[in-house]
Design a protein around this ligand. Structure first.
Ligand SMILES: [Zn+2]
Length: 293
């Protein structure tokens, strides 16, 4: 699988290393690290969108609509706004406000201590906050479940109201929140919704652009360095945000190395295969072993 990259000593020895050691050595050897995190990372550390975690939280919605998993459910067109918020408020507590610490995130954070790194993530959950990451180093490109936006996207601002979300969970019955808890846009009067991207885009406010700028600045400052592009649990739902840019930046910089941590194997363009390393063991286990060396 792995072919040597002459800039990376580790990649020459790779066949004799465990995957945890390999990851450790690569992180040590890199001059800069860009990490892309997808849904597979949260799933690997317990925040799955299928199974018991889903069926325990939404038995009524599953019975009524035959929903298969939490991602499908979160994008479902509910019959009205009261039902939308009955679902979304429970979803927001589970995946944001009440989300516990994920061990894989803690291990990753510890491993990056003292390194020059930046993170981009398509995850909108609370895992980075819960693990106490330096949020100036994290770009959340797909929004945050803890924020609200105008459903008509009439202006570029997001809102936060944890108390309201909790009240929606407490006071809902028969899969509806009380009508008087529906949040409305202060500018146009349309209903508010959860800050996330769909086929019409999403609200990108000043906070979003600050994150974007810091990320782009990091890429620019390190574009000629021996840089490690490490993607963790990134699938093929939205390859335009992490997978494809990482592969393109690896192609442009001959000193760069592309590392993909995923149990599934995805297509890698032929011209970067010699500079690609695949780690296919369990994400949480590899990170934990690597951090405890
Ligand atoms: Zn509006």
């Amino acid at each position: 699988m792995l072919q040597p990259n002459r800039y990376w000593q580790t990649s020459m020895q790779a066949s004799s290393l465990s995957q945890a050691d390999l990851l450790n050595h690569l992180i040590d050897e890199a001059e800069a690290i860009v990490i892309g995190i997808g849904a597979g990372m949260s799933a690997a550390t317990g925040f799955t969108y299928i199974g018991k975690r889903f069926t325990d939280a939404f038995p009524d919605f599953i019975e009524k609509y035959g929903l298969l998993d939490m991602l499908q459910a979160s994008l479902f067109q509910f019959e009205d706004t009261q039902e939308y918020w009955a679902f979304q408020s429970r979803f927001c507590l589970l995946n944001f406000f009440d989300q516990p610490v994920g061990q894989a995130y803690v291990d990753l954070k510890d491993m990056l201590e003292g390194k020059d790194y930046h993170i981009i993530t398509t995850n909108a959950d609370n895992a980075f906050y819960a693990a106490e990451f330096d949020m100036d180093k994290v770009f959340r490109i797909q929004g945050e479940y803890g924020l609200l936006q105008c459903s008509q996207r009439c202006h570029q601002q997001t809102y936060q109201n944890e108390a309201l979300i909790r009240e929606m969970v407490e006071k809902q019955s028969d899969m509806k929140i009380p009508r008087d808890l529906i949040p409305y846009c202060p500018k146009c009067g349309a209903t508010l919704e959860v800050n996330k991207r769909d086929d019409k885009g999403m609200v990108e406010d000043g906070h979003f652009y600050e994150q974007k700028e810091r990320y782009e600045q990091f890429l620019k400052e390190n574009e000629d360095k021996k840089i490690l592009f490490l993607e963790i649990g990134v699938g093929h739902t939205t390859p335009q945000y992490i997978k494809h840019p990482f592969q393109q930046m690896t192609e442009k910089n001959e000193k760069a190395l592309f590392v993909t941590m995923n149990q599934k194997e995805y297509f890698t363009p032929r011209n970067i295969r010699p500079r690609t390393v695949r780690i296919d063991e369990d994400i949480e286990e590899v990170l934990h072993l690597a951090n405890n060396k």
